[in-house]
Design a protein around this ligand. Structure first.
Ligand code: NAD
Ligand code: NA
Length: 401
């Protein structure tokens, strides 16, 4: 790799091929600045986050560390610099998160590896015992992935329907076009595989292992992120393969809750979030026009939140509210999708969604905001960053998680 260098975004369809490390750093710093201005979260102080390097997991880690003064362990699957390039945004998020947290006197331990591997679990448990004070009081399950490989099997998830084929449109971030897309019905094997990957099995495995190792504190809570969404996206989400996997996750929450409350006076909850642009969500077929329109409507109504605002609201108002009573719906779920599903928002979506065409989608939806959010995930389009500034590759290569 030649150095120094200047990096501009490379997209293939909806996949980012590179990231801007200094943009990732600036992005984290801005989020930390926001959190430091918020009222403190009175909650968990020792937290394990599975899927900590981006999206909801990273936002949760930031909120709990910088508004809640929590020590954190973050596990993620990310790549550092190699002959192929500088590595992933999540790699740099981990590093710069740790640096910022350590400046506050907080522990911020990063593990890079496969959350589905028992050896990885053993390593994390050993660390909790020997260097993290022996116990955690919150475990966050925020993995999003397409595959799971274990000794007992290998599964690949699919994003398909379960009932009938579906036609719709998806935003292509590279070409900035709305493209027709058809989603096929999953086979029963594909549906099962998706539940194996994105359902609750591994959440259960983690909690079992942590419990048996006695590293869960009395009163420990565990949460896993989920999505439900409105009727409009039901065919691809709620009733699709991913939605079935989420139902499995919701059932796991109820059984884990029973187990934890009996043994540790603890709790397990699924937390239903709003639809947001993340590395994972831009893959969901025929979902993006809805999300881009949702951005438009929620911004107009002053209700828009990114992962950070969602997670701060979750911890400060729903999981650790001032009155001490966890805010749950009748299904024992934390619901921070309440603004998205409000009738004021959904009525506007219902009025405008049918008007979207490939010619006008940039005007009707918040395409610009949608794309900007995606670029920012990878460290691009971040305010205040001088993208003409050369990158010191050797310095980046020397960084350790
Ligand atoms: P993301 O891609 O931003 O984050 C996924 C995380 O999982 C990353 O830290 C990644 O490194 C890690 N990961 C993936 N495979 C791994 C493995 N094998 N071992 C260790 N780490 C691994 O995704 P996200 O959108 O934040 O999704 C997190 C959760 O939030 C998912 O359950 C998702 O369904 C849920 N959710 C997302 C949305 C949305 O709109 N994005 C809405 C509601 C709920
Ligand atoms: Na995450």
């Amino acid at each position: 790799m030649e150095q120094p260098m200047i990096i501009s975004p490379q997209l293939t369809g909806n996949v980012a091929r590179n990231c801007h490390p200094l943009g990732c750093q600036a992005n984290l710093q801005q989020q930390v600045n926001y959190l430091k201005q918020q009222p403190a979260i009175q909650g968990a102080k020792k937290v394990l986050i599975l899927g900590a390097s981006s999206g909801f997991g990273l936002a949760s880690r930031l909120s709990l560390a910088f508004a809640g003064h929590a020590d954190t362990i973050g596990l993620s699957f990310e790549r550092g610099p190699s002959e192929k390039g500088l590595g992933t945004a999540g790699w740099y998020n981990n590093i710069y998160f740790r640096e910022l947290a350590e400046q506050q006197g907080l522990i911020a331990k990063n593990f890079i590896g496969d959350a589905f591997s028992p050896a990885m679990r053993a390593e994390v448990i050993e660390y909790i015992k020997s260097q993290f004070g022996g116990q955690v009081d919150l475990v966050i399950y925020s993995l999003a992935t397409g595959k799971r490989h274990t000794e007992s099997g290998q599964w690949q998830s699919v994003l398909k329907t379960t009932d009938q084929a579906l036609s719709g449109y998806s935003i292509n971030l590279q070409t900035e076009q709305l493209e027709p897309q058809t989603v096929e019905v999953a086979s029963s094997e594909e549906l099962e595989a998706t539940c194996k990957v994105m359902g609750g099995d591994e959440w259960q495995n983690w909690i079992d292992a942590l419990r048996q190792a006695k590293v869960l504190a009395k009163g420990c809570t565990t949460i896993a992120y989920s999505y439900v969404g409105p009727e409009r996206t039901a065919a691809i989400y709620r009733d699709g393969t991913i939605g079935r996997a989420k139902q499995h996750l919701h059932a796991t929450a109820l059984s884990l809750d029973k187990q934890l409350s009996q043994e540790l006076q603890g709790h397990a909850y699924a937390c239903v979030c709003k639809a947001l642009v993340t590395k994972a969500s831009v893959y969901i077929p025929v979902m993006s026009p809805y999300i881009a329109l949702l951005y438009k409507v929620m911004k107009e109504q002053g209700l828009h939140e990114e992962c950070l605002e969602q997670s701060y609201r979750l911890f400060s108002q729903h999981l650790y509210p001032q009155n001490g009573v966890v805010k749950l719906d009748e299904q024992q779920q934390l619901r921070i999708d309440d603004y998205e599903l409000s009738s004021a928002v959904q009525q506007q979506i219902d009025q405008r969604y049918p008007l979207i065409t490939s010619d006008n989608f940039k005007q009707i939806t918040d395409f610009a905001g949608y794309k900007q959010a995606f670029l920012q995930l990878n460290g691009f389009a971040v305010e205040g960053v001088d993208y003409q500034q050369a990158i010191n590759v050797a310095a980046l290569q020397a960084l350790q998680p």
